[in-house]
Design a protein around this ligand. Sequence first.
Ligand SMILES: Cc1ncc(COP(=O)(O)O)c(C=O)c1O
Length: 384
Amino acid sequence: MLPQEVGLHRSCCLIDTAALTHNMSTLKKGLAPGAEIAAVVKSNAYGHGVKIAWRAFVKGGATWLCVDSLHEAQDLRDDGYDGKLFVMGHVPPAHAATAVQLDLRVMTYDKAQVDALGAASSEASKPIRLIIKLETGTQRQGLKITEALELIKYIQKYPYLIFEGTCTHFANIEDTTDHSFAYEQFRIFNEYNDILTANGFKPTVRTIANSAAGILWPNTHCELVRAGITCYGMWPSTECYVSAKLLGKDVDLRPALTWKTIVAQEKLIDIGSVIGYGCTYQTTHPTRIVVLPVGYYDGYDRALSNLAYVLIHGKRAPIRGRICMNMCMADVTDIPDVKMGDEVVLLGRQGDEVITAEQLASWSGTINYELTTQIQSTVPRIAV
Ligand SMILES: Cc1ncc(COP(=O)(O)O)c(C=O)c1O
């Protein structure tokens, strides 16, 4: 059975808020002295439901939240979050007045954007803090040091613009155990910050560390770690997990999301029957199948067709045939007494069995980040 709060929906995500809070306080304990931690809650809190997640993270000790866009920032302010809020993605100049009104930290790398924010902050007589993105090797948003210096000088002409800090983002820390590229990015970041300081623009907030660096390298924590995936109890990658083990780090992360649905139909089909669109699966024996009311529209990826398993009565049932837009089929021949309305776990634990985000992601050829963020935002998230 699904919880009552699911209403008319046929699947839901249960979010373990104690796990989210635990993850945050665990990460916080690993911070270098003087560093704060931001929970990255963009993309509906990596699919976990931002309204549930941000409160759990603040409870666990997060002193900043990071989002990608203004609409995400607006949602957090509307929901009552009044702490430090950093928009890391593109803020179009046309939206500058909203950024000022919402009292945000804005990632900046562009003069037109500075002009718009400068004008909007003067108009409102309200300061806004800017964090300059430095280019250290990811080739995304950032500025080289000469461009950064020029932009910071330019910012000074606006009385309500505050140059608060610098930011950069690692390109190759999760995908490898060879961290030479990441070390070089950190070296460049430090060099750029030294040059800014020598020119009279000392950043008060420097932030480079994401989840992986947050766990692996306390020396990169500077004033702020921006942790995403680990807050949700997932590792950035196997390589990161191995690197942590090699460094002797034992970090207890607890996954927080369980995605459940129910059996919509159960039936016996003949030997030689084909299942679903494209007739991609043919039975080799009389087969009991169940129809599940979840498909790729809900975020259950079509690439999982004929590959994934779901959990029913604590046992693994293989998906048969293609995932449809709103349905999929699973084989319950070896699971007795399955009936309409029985609980099905698509992701998470049921009894002694578990399907992890990493496992599901590997079946569909992607990563845990994409897997949880692509669960439709209309699927109810319920705090437990
Ligand atoms: C700019 C920026 N900072 C931090 C993060 C958090 O990364 P992670 O989830 O690996 O901690 C992201 C995630 O995409 C990001 O884009």
